[in-house]
Design a protein around this ligand. Structure first.
Ligand code: APR
Length: 371
């Protein structure tokens, strides 16, 4: 599933649903709200009345009436008051509620305007960043809707959205930043390790970012995966099972975050603490904590375990039971995992220069591999 940018009038889109940036009274208004009510016709006003009020962050559904879109999802974004009154959280909720409603209805294609980016005064660049993150967050873990579009009305907003996209850190830069961070800052207890070295962690980092970008994860999720990759084997005592080394690494990570003002992500703590435990134990821990459960904790945990698992090929092909891999995407990286061991990350970054993580994944993955 991909998230597209499109410039123009959202009223023209023949999608399953367009989203309306409404007001709590669902009374219609100016901006995109006014355009949608005008294009949908007077039946829309009648349909909205019993659905009001719609508090900011919530969503309501009506038919599209005279629009080419089948349905309209009305949501209300926050009015911008400077950013210190929970505006970002409310904006995220408005996208999330609309997406949840679309998924509930089984919609395939949904188009969003830039909620709060007009009359409500949300700074456009930030409104775009939040919109793309929320759409990608959702796209990473849901099958439907399968086509999400962020509609920018005017050329200036569209150009701004393109520049927000272009500023996203490249795959190679993010990989190198975290690999350098590991080599320059982290201590590995079991320095004479033969198989749990920084080179192993670097390859786990490479796989985790590749799988994360293949799923169009948001930046914060890629960062959570990267931190788990570089810290996870720092507190090993030997090269055997050493059950509990994950918990010790998680402890080191938490101490490091507070001592060095590194942003602590609870998902990173969980991924590490449970990477040397049975999946079910990790899942149970995630399900019990909304901060993990509602923020892709399970997906990230699976990606991380598979990234660590793929590099078991360094021990020997017998060492990796491919039935343990948790997704087709991970299985499709098996041939590449061996190439990464043989050639190393830097050689491959040079070989596949300037590709985004998603492009690189498409180039090196071999779909259809069975476990
Ligand atoms: N198609 C797509 N996008 C549009 C369209 C359109 N036809 N018309 C306007 N936009 C864009 C604006 O350029 C802006 O970037 O939609 C974005 C959201 O702007 P607003 O419509 O002003 O919505 P918002 O900032 O959320 O304010 C909502 O405005 O219209 C009233 O009743 C509405 O009170 C509510 C408030």
């Amino acid at each position: 599933m991909s998230v597209k940018l499109w410039q123009g009038d959202i009223c023209q889109l023949p999608v399953d649903a367009i989203v309306n940036a409404a007001n709590t009274g669902l009374l219609g208004g100016g901006g995109v709200d006014g355009a949608i009510h005008a294009a949908a016709g007077p039946e829309l006003d009648k349909a909205c009345r019993p659905l009001a009020p719609c508090p900011a962050g919530e969503a309501r559904l009506t038919p599209g009436f005279r629009l080419p879109a089948k349905f309209i999802i009305h949501t209300v974004g926050p009015v911008w008051h400077g950013g210190q009154q929970g505006e970002e959280e409310l904006l995220r909720q408005a996208y999330h509620s609309s997406l949840a409603l679309a998924a509930e209805q089984g919609f395939e294609s949904v188009a969003f305007p830039l909620i709060s980016g007009g009359v409500y005064g949300y700074p456009k660049r930030e409104a775009i960043r939040v919109a793309l993150e929320e759409l990608r967050h959702f796209a990473a873990a849901q099958q439907k809707p399968s086509e999400l579009t962020l509609v920018l009305y005017d050329a200036e907003s569209y150009e701004l959205a393109l520049s927000v996209e272009a500023q996203r850190e490249t795959f190679a830069d993010r990989y190198r930043r975290w690999n350098d961070f590991m080599c320059q800052n982290l201590t590995f207890n079991f320095a004479e390790s033969q198989i749990h070295t920084t080179a192993h962690c670097a390859r786990v980092l490479f796989h985790a970012l590749l799988l994360g970008e293949a799923r169009e994860l948001a930046d914060d999720e890629l960062e959570a995966l990267a931190a788990a990759s570089v810290f996870h084997d720092t507190r090993r005592l030997d090269d055997h099972r050493d059950v509990g080394h994950g918990a010790r690494a998680a402890q080191y990570y938490q101490e490091y975050c507070s001592a060095h003002a590194l942003k602590l992500d609870p998902r990173t703590v969980q991924m590490m603490a449970f990477h040397d435990q049975p999946d079910e134990d990790g899942y149970a821990f995630i399900e019990a904590d909304p901060a993990l459960r509602d923020h892709h904790g399970r997906l990230l945990y699976q990606i991380f375990k598979d990234s660590d698992g793929l590099d078991r090929l360094r021990i020997g092909s017998w060492a990796l039971d491919t039935k343990q891999l948790r997704s087709e995407l991970s299985l499709s990286l098996l041939p590449f995992a061996q190439e990464l061991i043989d050639l190393g990350p830097e050689a491959l970054l040079k070989k596949y220069k300037n590709l985004s993580g998603k492009e690189l994944f498409e180039k090196v993955s071999r779909p259809g591999i069975r476990s």
